[in-house]
Design a protein around this ligand. Structure first.
Ligand SMILES: Nc1ncnc2c1ncn2[C@@H]1O[C@H](COP(=O)(O)OS(=O)(=O)O)[C@@H](OP(=O)(O)O)[C@H]1O
Ligand SMILES: [Mg+2]
Ligand SMILES: [Mg+2]
Ligand SMILES: [Mg+2]
Length: 320
């Protein structure tokens, strides 16, 4: 299957959602209280509304599993927030009503099915608020395997120095990056074995989303001598896919050892790296199973590499 309509719909939706997120972020006052999460709330919901509407229009019978839902938003005390979201959505979809917006968001309340879409309207919410990295992630999954992945990273510098990159991958057809503002797509390729300068690893900015000391020990054991790059969101997958780092480690945090990863936090990024020639598994070397539900209950941790060093990383993990 070529998945060309699916890919075009996901690309257009990701670009619009990213525009909405950037518009919300530009309006964040510099002196905003650190604890005020309202901008990310507006952008999260607005982004999910745009994406679900687009998918539902083109693929009315497909299930959509999104991170957010509109239950909170429908409460009377949230009317102002819903209005605000509707005005941001309305800048892209004229005449959108609050009721429609809530309905589009709830279209993302589906469950995992033989064929379904998953989306993270803003991945890296903490990065979004920090004016740092975040991503809009959309993926199509069939029989537990990701077939299409589209990842917009609106704050990430692209290869030409411009800000904002769109990563696109289709199973068996390779992966490309293109400036979010438009331009020519270029193929993505992971770090090659000779490219020692890029033998670096990436991990989360949030220390509670991983096990930093173990991640550092594993990286050192496979010959990575430089300090980690810390980047929010699935932008980390883009960094590995584009050959800027050889490894992304996400090991269970000692504070939440039973944590299971969400499908929407990995689906789009994983196929981008795989189609760029890399490998993605859990910490035991098992493929990520996107068919078990919203949480990947049969996987622990995530290891993303250029492929060449993968078995060595899994071997070190087995012994440590
Ligand atoms: N304990 C724990 N362990 C692992 N992962 C967790 C944990 N808690 C949360 N999350 C999920 O992490 C998502 C953010 O991704 P990152 O850690 O890559 O980015 S960041 O450093 O937090 O910005 C974040 O996604 P968003 O909610 O979309 O931001 C969460 O789904
Ligand atoms: Mg997320
Ligand atoms: Mg999110
Ligand atoms: Mg979240």
């Amino acid at each position: 299957m070529s998945y060309s309509t699916e890919t075009q719909v996901a690309i257009a939706a990701a670009i619009q959602a990213a525009q909405l997120c950037q518009a919300v972020r530009r309006a964040i006052p510099e002196a905003m209280e650190k604890t005020d999460k309202s901008p990310v709330t507006v952008a999260d919901y607005g982004s999910q509304a745009i994406i679900c509407r687009a998918i539902a229009q083109s693929f009315p019978s497909d299930a959509i599993v999104g991170e957010e839902d509109a239950a909170e938003l429908r409460r009377p005390e949230m009317a102002d927030t819903l209005q605000k979201i509707t005005s941001y959505v309305g800048a892209l979809i004229p005449d959108a009503t609050p009721e429609q917006v809530a309905g589009w968001i709830d279209r993302g309340n589906g469950t995992v099915a033989p064929r379904y879409w998953t989306l993270d309207p803003i991945d890296g919410t903490k990065g979004f608020l920090r004016q740092d990295q975040y991503a809009v992630a959309i993926a199509l999954v069939e029989q537990g395997e990701v077939k299409v992945g589209v990842l917009a990273c609106p704050a990430l510098p692209g290869p030409g120095g411009e800000t904002g990159v769109l990563y696109v991958a289709v199973r068996g057809q390779g992966a490309t990056q293109v400036p979010l503002k438009g331009g020519n797509p270029t193929p993505l390729k992971v770090v090659s074995s000779e490219d020692v300068a890029h033998f670096r690893f990436v991990e989360s900015v949030e220390s509670s989303h991983g096990d930093r000391s173990r991640q550092e020990a594993v990286a050192q054991a496979v010959g990575i001598t430089t300090e980690s790059m810390r980047i929010d969101s699935q932008a980390k997958y883009g960094i590995v896919a584009s050959g800027q780092a050889v490894l992304y480690l996400r090991l269970p945090s000692p504070k939440s050892p039973d944590y299971r990863e969400n499908i929407w936090d990995h689906a789009a990024g994983a196929i981008v790296v795989e189609e760029a020639g890399g490998k993605v598994t859990d910490m035991y070397g098992k493929p990520l199973d996107f068919g078990t539900g919203t949480k990947m209950v049969d996987n622990r941790g995530v290891v993303v590499s250029n492929g060449a060093i993968h078995d060595q990383v899994i071997g070190v993990l087995a012994q440590s």
